[in-house]
Design a protein around this ligand. Structure first.
Ligand code: GLP
Length: 264
């Protein structure tokens, strides 16, 4: 696992946007007719916003195209309509998809209003498989170290399913809602296992509030109480953070990753 430490959240976003651009462009450079599209997993939240903003610019400048990119979002609240201003559907279209050249049919987001959540989650897993898996899963991290909506205690081999949100997550996420009672108590989410199956994982971790989660994810062992720590077991993963998020790391860890960053 690599840790890239940038000065602030916009530099962290810039770095990840450049990596995504490179991965997509390299893929299409070597791709033969009839090959599968590039498949990317995407998160919501405030941390990825600088990345979406930059990717939109790159798309407008023709540095990158999403015409043959398929996306799978990580999660969605149960019970919010697609056009609800706090649904993840709304968030993704508002902040990203409406502004790039992606085909509508290539966007996949779990339906939190389905008749059978179990079936919905099963079909999501099958659809990911039908595209040959996910090339790059981009993720954020909750203050309690959760990845997608895999709350503390989630199985590290979990697949897409319904999860009940912890009180902590409801409180943290209530900042997006008018009041805490509006925050849904359940969500559909890809599992830790679903994310771990991706060929590459990149997490954006910015802000002082994530410092404890970053420390637990990197410096302590793999633990289902900090589900993002599972990525220690992934063969190609990277965390890009800002200085604020490093507040709980040991000086030794900080220096080591700073040192090897330039050697890459
Ligand atoms: N389900 C999402 C996660 O996917 C996201 O990583 C987390 C952090 O969000 P933020 O980036 O706003 O801190 O929030 C929610 O819980």
């Amino acid at each position: 696992m690599r840790l890239i430490i940038k000065n602030d959240s916009s530099e962290a976003g810039e770095y990840i946007s450049q990596v995504i651009k490179k991965r997509i462009n390299d893929y299409f450079k070597n791709r033969k007719d009839g090959d599968r599209p590039f498949v990317i997993g995407l998160p919501t939240g405030s941390s990825p916003l600088p990345i979406y903003k930059r990717l939109i610019e790159m798309n407008k400048n023709k540095e990158i195209s999403f015409q043959d990119v398929v996306t799978f979002n990580m999660d969605e609240y149960v019970g919010l309509e697609f056009n609800h201003e706090f649904s993840y559907h709304y968030f993704m279209w508002e902040n990203f998809f409406n502004h790039i050249d992606i085909k509508k049919e290539n966007v996949n987001i779990l339906n939190g209003n389905s008749n059978s959540h179990e079936k919905e989650c099963e079909l999501y897993e099958e659809k990911i498989k039908s595209y040959g898996g996910i090339d790059l899963f981009l993720g954020g991290m909750g203050v309690d170290g959760h990845i997608a909506f895999n709350e503390p205690g989630s199985s590290l081999s979990s697949r897409t399913r319904i999860k009940t949100l912890t009180r902590d997550t409801i409180i943290v996420n209530s900042r997006f809602f008018k009041n805490i009672n509006q925050v849904p108590t359940q969500a559909l989410t890809v599992g830790v296992g679903t994310i771990m199956d991706a060929r590459e994982i990149i997490l954006i971790v910015t802000g002082h509030s994530k410092a404890m989660a970053l420390y637990k994810t990197i410096e302590e062992g793999v633990n289902h109480m900090w589900t993002a720590s599972a990525i220690q077991m992934h063969k190609k993963s990277m965390i890009v953070c800002d200085e604020d998020a490093t507040a709980e790391l040991k000086v030794k860890t900080y220096k080591y990753f700073k040192e090897i960053e330039s050697n890459y």
